[in-house]
Design a protein around this ligand. Structure first.
Ligand code: ADP
Ligand code: MG
Length: 775
């Protein structure tokens, strides 16, 4: 018998021993009985039998029934009990980093182990796993990455793909690959897990795979629409005293007998939008949908619950970090909720780099009310048990893609009925609850049944690069096999863009640049900016601007002091004619202010969001790690080596051009004014919030911009004025040349200190360029 086999046998026996001991340990008694109460437990043996007898199984069940924490664990326990512990390798994918960490930590404590022993996690740039790990939670992105090296997933015995009902891009992509892979891996077991929606569709996709449903139990949840909330608050006012010193009292001090909440709702009621709703045309629905949430209304509702309802945590669904941070600020200033030890207010957001996990899940003492401000991450992947009240704004930030105008928009829009149902359900985990829906019933009735899958509403560039790096054939042919294939026009646009920026060549093969971009889990444009920033030694600006592009910019626009805020931004921009440089200076100023401990005053004076700046700082670190991970930055050389040209604004603009191309606007003089044109849509306007808005003439002939938005007109958001040299040299594939020389040069730059030679090159090429430009 080979020694390796003996070692394996021994290891399997050890695992079993340990598991048997743990089963009877006193320490885990409470855990054990908790687990046995979960609905999933009743179906344990049926589940294991189904896994043993079928290659694919689709499991659905209400959120919180124990799919994620129990089902992989059942398999693990069974494998260990049958002395197959050494050979089993269970992988469970999660759409989000934060749930991979939270779930693996939970299972480890359910098993009385340290995280990283038998159960571990791996997310981008961070892992807790060991050679003994038998159950690994990872993001779907990590698994896709592993497929590059190991296209057959040779090491994996069981694969669980979680939250497939969300129809995320990565999950939809993964299941196309898996369906093709299964015949080549007859021993691989695939389990798809979903909330209670649409399980049949997945079963059909996998050739009528068997399905299994875990019935769940939740307490009834009272459902109040905007009109009901108003009615209820009126009733409670009649029976109770007025709210004293309420923050909202400020809104209308004239009528002091009225409840501020009632007042607010009346305002909403007479609001034109609301009227539109009541006459509900499809168009007005869309109009209101793109609008921001009325945070006053959310705040008033939270306050109302705190004053009039019994104990229990409140879970508030908002659309994004922006609103969470604004509401946090509001609550801090609220006379009832702010600065009181009776309230524990916690943000919960998917891209939060460090989450104070325990606080979110722990039950505070009964004198303290927990209020969690979350994005739709709390809708199905994270369950907070003690929630009794849900406040639902009814919206989620959704990327949508307008293939005709090549516009990507990240706009708040109405959620689906399925999501609304999920959100409501979050209130009934431990006792009957209440769901405050801050929109009228008529909106609910108009909501679509399900949300459109991500693959149908986002630009496909990143996905196309992945298809190429996994060698899955022609992009269009591959995507046609999707559960719901994207529009051919969207696919075409994505491929063309990748060719334009030099990531794919004419025959749709990856270029060296394309191969590098594949290794970065970022939009290709942002990735390219980072690569160029490190090659051309102005890394710091590239990191900061990329962070703002990937997240959001830190400028806040207070409605009542808009002019002051504009002025602050303009003074950061100086005479650079660049919103990007403005944000760069604002960020650098914040870092300095931070060093001297006066960042609060700095943010206040300059209309900047401290939370966004902090988030940018964290993202910069992540980006730097990514670049060092793929060998573009050698951290041992120190930051200086990569920042030789960081203060050279011409160079920074050139890098911006490299990253933002083909988002180019041509500036044409029209008499005294300048008119702006893009290739795709013709005339555009500069967004009023830009430092370039209202400028009569710009010194240089082009602008590069971050995004186009379409409202009444088409506006370009943050923009930077650039020269024709920058555009010629840095637009497209570095240096346009028929032989692909420019791309070869990029490779060359990786090995030489390049920036100097590029500046030389610009000088040398000037004559040639001038000829090209007809000078
Ligand atoms: P599902 O995947 O079906 O939505 P989970 O397996 O995630 O359900 O969760 C089952 C139950 O385990 C939850 O209802 C919750 O009570 C508990 N739970 C899950 N994660 C944690 C955690 N990190 N801390 C405390 N309890 C948790
Ligand atoms: Mg789950």
């Amino acid at each position: 018998v080979p020694i390796a086999d003996i070692a394996k046998e021994k290891f399997s026996a050890e695992l079993k021993d340990k598991q048997d001991r743990m089963k009877t340990s006193d320490k885990l008694k409470a855990m054990k009985s908790f687990r046995e109460k979960l609905p999933a437990y009743k179906l344990k043996s049926e589940f294991l039998k189904a896994v043993a007898n079928n290659q694919v199984l689709v499991v659905s069940g209400e959120t919180g029934c124990g799919k994620t924490t129990q089902l992989p664990q059942f398999i693990l326990e069974e494998e260990i009990a049958c002395l197959r512990g050494a050979d089993c390798n269970i992988v469970c994918t999660q759409p989000r980093r934060i749930s991979a960490i939270s779930v693996s930590a939970r299972i480890s404590s359910e098993r009385g182990e340290q995280l990283g022993e038998t159960v571990g996690y791996q997310i981008r740039l961070e892992a807790k796993r060991s050679e003994h790990t038998r159950l690994l939670f990872c993001t779907t992105g990590i698994l896709l990455r592993q497929l590059v090296q190991d296209p057959c997933l040779t090491g994996v015995s069981h694969l669980l793909v979680d939250e497939i009902h969300e129809r995320g891009m990565n999950e939809d992509f993964l299941i196309i690959i898996l369906r093709d892979l299964l015949p080549r891996r007859p021993d691989l077991r695939l389990i798809l897990m979903s909330a209670t929606i649409n399980a049949d569709m997945f079963s059909k996709y996998f050739g009528d795979a068997p399905t299994m449903h875990i019935p769940g139990f939740t307490f009834p949840v009272e459902e109040l629409f905007l009109e009901d909330v108003l009615e209820k608050s009126r009733l409670s006012i009649n029976s109770k005293d007025m709210f004293p010193g309420n923050a909202l009292g400020r809104r209308k001090q004239t009528d002091s007998k009225k409840d501020p909440l009632v007042e607010l709702f009346e305002e909403v009621e007479i609001d034109a939008h609301y009227k539109n709703y009541c006459t509900s045309t499809r168009q007005s629905l869309e109009e209101w949908s793109a609008e921001k949430i009325d945070l006053d209304l959310v705040e008033a509702t939270i306050e109302y619950v705190c004053r009039h309802e019994g104990g229990g945590a409140i879970l508030v669904f908002l659309t994004g970090w922006d609103e969470i941070s604004k509401l946090l600020d509001k609550i801090k200033a609220n006379t009832l909720l702010g600065n009181s030890s009776k309230f524990l207010v916690l943000p919960l957001h998917g891209s939060m780099p460090t989450v104070n996990q325990r606080e979110i899940f722990d039950r505070p003492p009964s004198s303290v009310r927990k209020i969690v401000l979350a994005t739709n991450i709390a809708e199905s992947s994270i369950t907070i048990d003690d929630v009794v009240y849900v406040v639902d704004c009814g919206k989620a930030k959704e990327t949508s893609y307008d293939a005709l105008n090549k516009l990507a928009c990240l706009l708040p829009s109405w959620i689906s009925k399925a999501s609304a149902h999920q959100r409501r359900g979050r209130a009934g985990r431990v006792q009957p609850g209440v769901c405050y829906r801050l929109y009228p019933k008529i909106i609910y009735d108009a909501m679509p049944q399900y949300q459109l899958p991500e693959i149908l509403r986002t630009p496909l560039q990143e996905l196309c690069l992945q298809i190429k790096s996994l060698q899955l054939g022609t992009i269009a042919a591959f995507l046609a096999k999707a559960l719901q294939p994207p529009e051919p026009l969207s696919v075409h646009n994505a491929v063309e863009l990748l060719k334009t920026i030099g990531a794919l060549n004419e025959t749709e093969e990856l270029t060296p640049l394309g191969r590098h971009l594949c290794t970065l889990p970022l939009e290709p444009n942002i990735g390219k900016m980072l690569l160029m920033g490190s090659i051309f030694q102005c890394l710091d600006p590239a990191l900061t601007i990329a962070a703002a592009l990937a997240h959001r910019d830190p400028f806040v626009l207070p409605l009542n002091r808009k002019e002051d805020a504009d002025a602050a931004k303009r003074s950061f921009a100086g005479d650079s004619c660049s919103d990007h440089i403005a944000l760069l200076k604002a960020f650098d100023g914040w870092k300095n202010a931070k060093r001297s401990g006066r960042e609060k005053a700095y943010c206040w004076e300059n209309f900047l969001s401290p939370l966004t700046l902090q988030m940018m700082e964290d993202m910069r670190k992540q980006f730097l790690d990514l670049l060092s991970d793929i060998g573009f930055v050698d951290k041992s050389k120190g930051a200086k080596a990569y920042n030789i040209y960081s203060d050279d604004l011409e160079m920074v603009s050139a890098i911006l051009c490299a990253g933002l191309y083909p988002n180019v606007v041509q500036c044409k003089r029209r008499g005294k004014r300048t008119a702006f044109y893009t290739k795709e849509v013709g005339k555009v306007d500069i967004h009023p919030a830009s430092v370039n808005a209202g400028v009569n003439s710009l010194p240089l002939p082009y602008l590069v911009y971050s995004e186009k938005v379409k409202t009444a007109n088409i506006y370009v958001r943050d923009s930077t004025n650039i020269s024709d040299y920058a555009l010629l040299l840095f637009g497209g594939s570095l240096i346009p040349s028929k032989t692909g020389e420019g791309i070869e040069m990029l490779e060359g730059y990786l090995h030489f200190s390049a920036a100097k030679s590029v500046l030389d090159l610009i000088k040398k090429l000037r004559n040639e360029l001038d000829k090209l430009l007809g000078r």
